[in-house]
Design a protein around this ligand. Structure first.
Ligand code: ADP
Ligand code: 2DT
Length: 212
């Protein structure tokens, strides 16, 4: 019998919600329980497309807004063969940001509809679970200042949060909202619970296609 596939698990949320902290903790705990699991993050700044995105985020280059949106999407598509291979081999993937960040960030810019922003990502591997780490701007501020990268301002982050809220109304995606103001341990417990459920369910289901 073919091996059971891994689950595609995504963490989303605003800046400083704890995505990276929780992705690392989830990977560690799943590994400790003997499961095959790996972490990925988007943008993946290591590829050639990722380096263009990195220069843009670090404000070392300017790119036209549609163009950079398509580059973020291309950065996901270039990794699809690897994502599919890992999942088929039974490895669960824990992903720090995905197409939802892509849509939320670009549609927070003037003149971009949610619908246009989703189009390039239609058909990507569909996450089995998307956890949104919910944190108020005031609580995020307690975790440190904004960095120097593009998009790191409170007005823009508020607009992004509203776009995420629209996206979360889509019941074709398995969203779980997590209260990210709790301690690292308590947030982790909830994330681990939802992830184990998703891993068990995904084993017997084919991988879906996002927004299709
Ligand atoms: P993100 O990847 O969402 O931007 P990080 O995981 O990098 O967030 O965390 C941002 C900052 O907040 C880091 O300094 C991290 O140590 C801290 N942090 C993460 N989770 C919590 C938490 N639950 N409570 C308090 N501080 C946290
Ligand atoms: P971090 O590397 O700090 O997570 O943030 N972004 C991300 C987009 O605008 N579009 C996308 O498709 C993705 C995945 C969010 C990178 C920044 O890039 C933004 C913050």
């Amino acid at each position: 019998m073919a091996c059971k596939r891994g689950a595609l698990i995504v963490l989303e949320g605003v800046d400083r919600a704890g995505k990276t902290t929780q992705c690392n903790k989830l990977v560690q705990s799943l590994q400790q329980s003997g499961r095959a699991v790996e972490m990925m993050r988007f943008p993946d700044r290591t590829t050639i497309i990722g380096q263009l995105i990195n220069a843009y985020l670090e404000k070392k280059s300017d790119l036209e807004d549609h163009t950079v949106h398509l580059l973020f999407s291309a950065n996901r598509w270039e990794l699809v063969p690897l994502i599919k291979k890992k999942l088929e081999q039974g490895t669960t993937l824990v992903v720090d940001r995905y197409a939802f960040s892509g849509v939320a960030f670009t549609s927070a810019k003037p003149g971009f509809s949610l619908d246009w922003c989703k189009k390039p990502d239609v058909g990507l591997p569909k996450p089995d679970l998307v956890m949104f780490l919910q944190l108020s701007p005031a609580e995020a501020a307690l975790r440190g200042q904004f960095g120097e990268e593009r998009y790191e301002t409170s007005a823009f982050q508020r607009a992004v949060q509203q776009k995420f809220e629209h996206l979360m109304k889509d019941l074709s995606v398995n969203w779980q909202v997590i209260d990210a103001s709790q301690s690292v341990e308590d947030v982790h417990k909830q994330i681990a619970y939802h992830s184990l459920n998703a891993i068990n369910t995904a084993q017997n289901l084919p991988l879906g296609e996002l927004w299709k």
